[in-house]
Write a protein that binds this ligand. Sequence first.
Ligand code: DON
Length: 555
Amino acid sequence: MKKIYLAAFVAFAFVLGAHAAQRPGHAAIASAHKLATQAGFEVLAEGGNAFDAAIAVASTLSVVEPQSSGIGGGGFFLLHRASDGRDVMLDARETAPAAVKESQYLKSDGTPNRDTALYGPLAAGIPGEPAALAWLAAHYGKLPLAKSLAPAIRIAREGFQPGKTFLEAISSHREQIVRYPGTKALLLPGGEVPKAGWTFRNPDQAATLERIAAHGNDGFYKGKTAQLLLKAVKETGGDWTAADLANYKVVEREPLDFDYRGFKIVTASPPSSGGVALEEMFNVLSGYDLDKLDRPHQLHYIIEAMRRAFRDHNEYLGDPDFVKMPLDTLLSPQYAAGLRASILPDKATPSSMLPSAVAHDPGMHTTHFSIIDADGNMVATTQTVNTHFGSCLVPPGTGVFLNNEMDDFALVPGAPNAYGLLGNKANAPAPGKRMLSSMTPTFVFSPDRVGVIGSPGGSTIITQVFEGIMAFMHGASAAQIAATPRYHHQYLPDVVWAEPDAFDADTTKALQAMGYDIKPRGHWGFMNVATWNLKTNTLDAASDPRHASGLGEVK
Ligand code: DON
């Protein structure tokens, strides 16, 4: 046994060593919007590194995809620094304001108030994104923050023509947008849903970004921006204090890091649930020789691993600064062996036979981008305002779309959130606490290749990344990884969601015969992938073919 560990250690020392000594000489960026990818390359051309490019991509996404993510939201930035091989997760997740109370999310009859959970000031957590941008520039970048924010500021002021997703999101959120004058003025010119060809400008966000560029954290969390945020939150019935904003801090956390069959996976740690679920699923799979099985049986074990990891993930996880989590148990080989022992070789386990109750449903907002620079620095970022346009509250004068991330807490015991998620005490809201997330930015290392992977999609983020890693392990290119047909099981509801091309007819029949309820769904996710082949020293980047707006490029 010891020998195996030693061999694994030597193999990984080799991976890291070869990787550290090598530089690709080019850069790869894949994001959900071509203007964001281009902004990243613009900043690299100015002498920036991957971390400066991440600031440019993230801030440009804030301007061009405000329905998905932005400086009014938060995210996780997984960083790999080439000079010393250090991996770190920058946790820029939002926090609950001090005044948070369960009663804010209940109607007078005691039933859950989904409106306050999702729209307006009570839905918004204290944003983390601006602090992440300032932190990246101060600790990892080569350029001043002002240089890396310049493309976003320019585009916010000059404007751009939004695509179909943006316009549809306005149309589907019209009812909430009209409630808030700052949001209405931005998104409903002349009171109407804009048509294709409309130029969207957000000069107030340009000015907010300029204050961040000039003053770092203080440009957002103090001074004029803070005053405007506090005023609007108060006037619309919320309760934020100057201290809530001034006390916000990003946290550098150790990522989760585990091995699976010669691959090293570095991924998001709590308050993301994604990495824990990934590790648990791979631990379960490590007991099977999947390559020796037919497709239906491969899928059987993969889906049973998903079912068991999802049962655990909302049961035990929350903000590590607030809750004690049994990670040593959940991630131990013995625990995985116990899970395997409960899987029959030819039969689906009904979720009702496994204790606990958790369910959720994916949405389509949030965004992920992947970067590798010429020196081999890497960034995997998943960032979000939660559902489309977050809380739909743009405090006048800021251009900032405040998130509705409070809904990712278990706000009311037993009441599902936007993704159908039921939580418990570990994820109950508390002042200053971070809400649990499924966002799973991930690096995969082998002796030959490195992959940077992630996607939006609520709970399906985790299974998308799981399937993306498995495709990477089978040698798939960046484009193939992003295109991989998706399927998903999350314990409850006890169904397998499948994209139209996920299983052929025989496989579907075989899975049904084992007891799986296969529910075809449309497409989901928006994966943006970068890979580095260490043998040929070439980079590859791809944006999900399910969407036209993205761009993966190597330059
Ligand atoms: O942090 C989370 O898990 C959610 N707020 C992410 C939301 C999401 O991915 C929406 N869908 N595309």
